[in-house]
Design a protein around this ligand. Structure first.
Ligand code: GLA
Length: 804
């Protein structure tokens, strides 16, 4: 049987573990006998015997290294036999050509720890990983080559991938099962089907992985059941990704048709979901997760539970989602069975009970957390340095017209842009095209307002000004987009800055050129330098030159304080009185904060604290209400400090279709999976409206998981720039189910109306430009918990906005 590893193997593990207790690091206590792992006829085969993979997804950069082994043991106590991990390229090669596999980046040591604990490893070395991680794991410096084609056979991209994977091979190839290590499988690329259709590129990545030393170990590809055929390579194992509540048989139906003998594996079974700034904390019912896994195990289906423990996207590593720009919060709790700080949740206990059924041995005891939880009384951060004191000096190393970070060799941080205005005779509109990601504007010392990419903002109204008025823009870059085509996410101001005004009946447009630009990186050392300059009693260039600007941008800067500890432990520092920025504790980059929530506390691991004095620095670019912090014993991950998450129906608005003629009236079939609808003849327009007249199960909701439109050639129209111009109703109370979820490229999130709001329901999508549409395909809600499928519908397409 699968879980019955040979006695010798078990004995060997015990001996190895025992030795390790005394002196050796996991590094030295390795070396098992070489083995094999392969896809058999039906199941996977481990050393020739059937094996069901029960994998726990863990991300080593999201767990402080001193806690690695505890988290691995927590997975073991859950009944898992494998750990699945991504290798995060940009974490290892932060500067081009400089590889780091030490400290928290020592992925080989992480794998050895897994082996030491008698488990196997699945490695997913990208190059792209998604994972709600900055740029999906790709290094920002790739963007210095402006025309680079990411995740395609671009020669420079492929060359850098080859070099990186070679380094990964040096670290991990000796650890494959064939070499006596724990690695049983290696993934090629990641869900390429949700990016494109390019078998040539995917084959090249497969070859690179093989050449890097993974030539004997089993290779696989993961995708969604709706798109895996697009890039499926004949010589790789195919696995499916889907979330809790999904219909398991349906998910494997197509695979079963194509490869009836192949092992079945859900390579990402989503236990929960990730959180975004400005939207509610995501949760998924424990029961759906446990039932799904129970069903899979009862059918001998392998899985990896994504995430079993999510951890934290420390520092600037949290990514952002698209379409639109939806930056992820710092916590990657994921509503996973093991919470952000490594404790067992009720979900964990339910899951463990179920997993016990599939183990012939009693599961190991749940290990004790390495540190207690402590609180810290409220304290004040009294020291302050304006952000400007940290700038690297005037940027002259790039073109003056290029306002992106990458053109100035900066990956992460902040910028200030200075210019003088022409005469603006009347009230005007200032347009900042492509603010990536959050800009604040001052004119002649007066605060004008902010432009927030999350809200798709671009314009500010400015007062009439005389020629020569001074404009200052302070900009913060957040994490780069990690999903879809938008991963090519330059930071800074990526387009033109213009002013439109009216002079005696004539419209004037000015483009502002020749900016003076300053950049500030987000390193701890930079914060220290600024604080040092501010505390210096001597006059220096900063205190004199930037004095006026520091006054104008009052409150935007670094704050330092200290707290004393008698006893060290994990804690949750609360920042709800602060604006927006980043935090360092004892030099460790803890992550981003933003008053809008839902996350209001940052997890501070005790292993990075010490007895006595601890230092905290907060960089706030919006300005705090109160400069106080305290440590509490529970996290706050669900406190939005905005009135309501955004919806798409303005007060008093009701869509009026009385004068409109539908381009189609029809009925969608019941059940899961893609539904195809073809129009009688092509139609053109920019605004697409679906009117749902009723539903199949009368469950008092209207839901769409994904909707795609087809162009004249029958291909899907790119959805990256789509916006919702109207949704009659959106449930933002029980979850984040607004209209954008119908085209967010994630099948497991969906648009839903609130329970009990009567049909008909309407969703109007702005395609941003005129398109020829020949039909659509739609995925109803696929999960079992709160599903609903539209039955009768009407479609309207127009070139101008619909009447309200
Ligand atoms: C996909 C990706 C993962 C992660 C999840 C959502 O499955 O492969 O990296 O982004 O979505 O959490």
């Amino acid at each position: 049987m699968l879980h019955k590893l040979s006695k010798t193997f078990r004995l060997c593990c015990t001996l190895v573990a025992a030795t390790c207790l005394f002196c050796l690091s996991a590094t030295e206590c390795m070396a098992q006998k070489p083995g094999t792992f392969e896809a058999g006829k039906g199941p996977f085969l481990l050393n020739g015997k059937p094996f069901v993979v029960k994998a726990a997804e863990l991300h080593y950069p999201r767990i402080p290294r001193p806690y690695w082994e505890h988290r691995i043991q927590m997975c073991k106590a859950l009944g898992m036999n494998t750990v699945c991990l991504y290798v995060f390229w940009n974490f290892h090669e932060q500067k081009e050509g400089q590889y780091d596999f030490t400290g928290n980046a020592d992925v080989a040591e992480f794998c050895r720890l897994v082996q030491k604990n008698g488990m196997y490893v699945i490695v997913r070395p990208g190059p792209y990983v998604c994972a709600e991680w900055e740029m999906g794991g790709l290094p920002w410096w790739l963007l210095k080559k402006k025309d680079i084609r990411l995740r395609e056979s671009d020669p420079y991209f492929m060359e850098r991938v080859r070099l990186f994977e070679r380094e990964v091979g040096k670290q991990l190839a000796p650890l494959t099962i064939q070499n006596g290590g724990p690695i049983i499988m290696v993934q090629v690329e990641n869900e390429y089907g949700s990016y494109g259709k390019d078998k040539k590129y995917v084959s090249e990545i497969r070859d690179i992985i093989r050449e890097s030393g993974f030539d004997k170990v089993a290779l696989f590809q993961c995708d969604w059941n709706s798109n895996f055929e697009q890039n499926a390579l004949d010589d790789l194992t195919w696995t499916m990704n889907f979330g809790t509540g999904a219909n398991i048989d349906q998910q494997f139906r197509r695979l079963g048709e194509l490869r009836p003998d192949a092992p079945k594996m859900c390579s990402e079974f989503w236990s929960g979901w990730f959180d975004k700034w400005g939207a509610r904390h995501e949760t998924r019912p424990a029961k759906d997760m446990v039932d799904g896994m129970d069903e899979m195990l009862s059918k001998g289906i392998s899985f990896s539970l994504y995430m079993t423990h999510g951890g934290t996207s420390f520092g600037h590593w949290a990514g952002a989602n698209s379409p639109g720009f939806a930056p992820d919060v710092t916590s990657y709790d994921y509503d996973a069975p093991i919470n952000e700080y490594g404790h067992a949740t009720p979900k964990y206990h339910e899951l463990r009970k179920m997993m016990q059924k599939y183990s012939d041995k009693k599961l190991p005891a749940i290990p004790k957390a390495p540190m207690p939880i402590i609180t810290v009384p409220k304290f004040e951060l009294k020291e302050y340095a304006p952000l400007m004191y940290a700038n690297k000096g005037l940027c002259t190393d790039g073109s003056h017209e290029d306002l992106t970070f990458e053109a100035h060799n900066l990956g992460w941080g902040f910028a200030t842009y200075y210019n003088t205005l022409p005469e603006v005779p009347s009230e005007g509109i200032l347009t900042l095209n492509g603010v990536h990601d959050y800009a604040q504007v001052w004119i002649n010392g007066k605060y004008i307002g902010k432009i927030d990419r999350v809200k798709n903002e671009k314009n500010l109204t400015i007062p009439p000004t005389k020629a020569g008025a001074k404009i200052i823009i302070l900009l913060e870059a957040m994490g780069r987009i990690n999903f879809g085509r938008a991963i090519k996410d330059f930071k800074g101001i990526t387009g033109k800055v213009t002013i439109k005004a009216n002079a005696k009946g004539h419209d004037l447009t000015y483009t502002l050129n020749n900016w003076e630009q300053y950049y500030v990186d987000d390193r701890y050392e930079t914060a220290l330098q600024a604080l040092k300059k501010a505390s210096s009693t001597e006059k220096n260039e900063y205190t004199t030159y930037f004095k006026e600007d520091a006054r104008i941008m009052e409150g935007r800067g670094y704050y330092r304080g200290y707290f004393n500890l008698k006893k060290v432990g994990d804690t949750f520092l609360n920042f709800e009185t602060w604006g927006k920025g980043q935090v360092w504790v004892n030099g460790h980059a803890m992550g981003r904060i933003w008053s809008i929530g839902p996350q209001q506390t940052l997890y501070v691991p005790g292993c990075w604290l010490k007895k006595g004095e601890n230092e905290i620095i907060v960089l706030d670019i919006a300005g705090p209400k109160e400069t106080v912090v305290w440590g509490q014993d529970v996290p706050e991950l669900n406190k939005l400090q905005i009135e309501m998450p955004p919806t798409h129906r303005k007060k008093g608005e009701t869509l009026d279709l009385s004068q409109e003629k539908p381009v189609m009236t029809g009925t969608l079939e019941s059940g899961n999976g893609l539904k195809f609808v073809k129009f009688d003849k092509p139609v053109t327009g920019r605004y697409f409206c679906i009117e749902a007249l009723n539903s199949h199960w009368n469950r008092e909701y209207c839901c769409i998981a994904e909707i795609y439109l087809r162009d004249a050639d029958g291909k899907s129209i790119p959805r990256d720039s789509w916006t919702v111009s109207y949704a009659d109703d959106e449930d933002v109370v029980t979850g984040n189910k607004n209209g954008t979820k119908a085209f967010d490229q994630q099948e497991s999130t969906y648009w839903s109306t609130n329970k009990g709001v009567p049909f008909p329901h309407h969703l109007v999508i702005d395609l941003q430009k005129e398109q020829t549409i020949t039909g659509f395909h739609l995925i109803p809600r696929m999960e079992e918990g709160a599903p609903e499928a539209i039955k009768d519908f009407r479609i309207f397409v127009k070139s101008s906005p619909f009447k309200m």
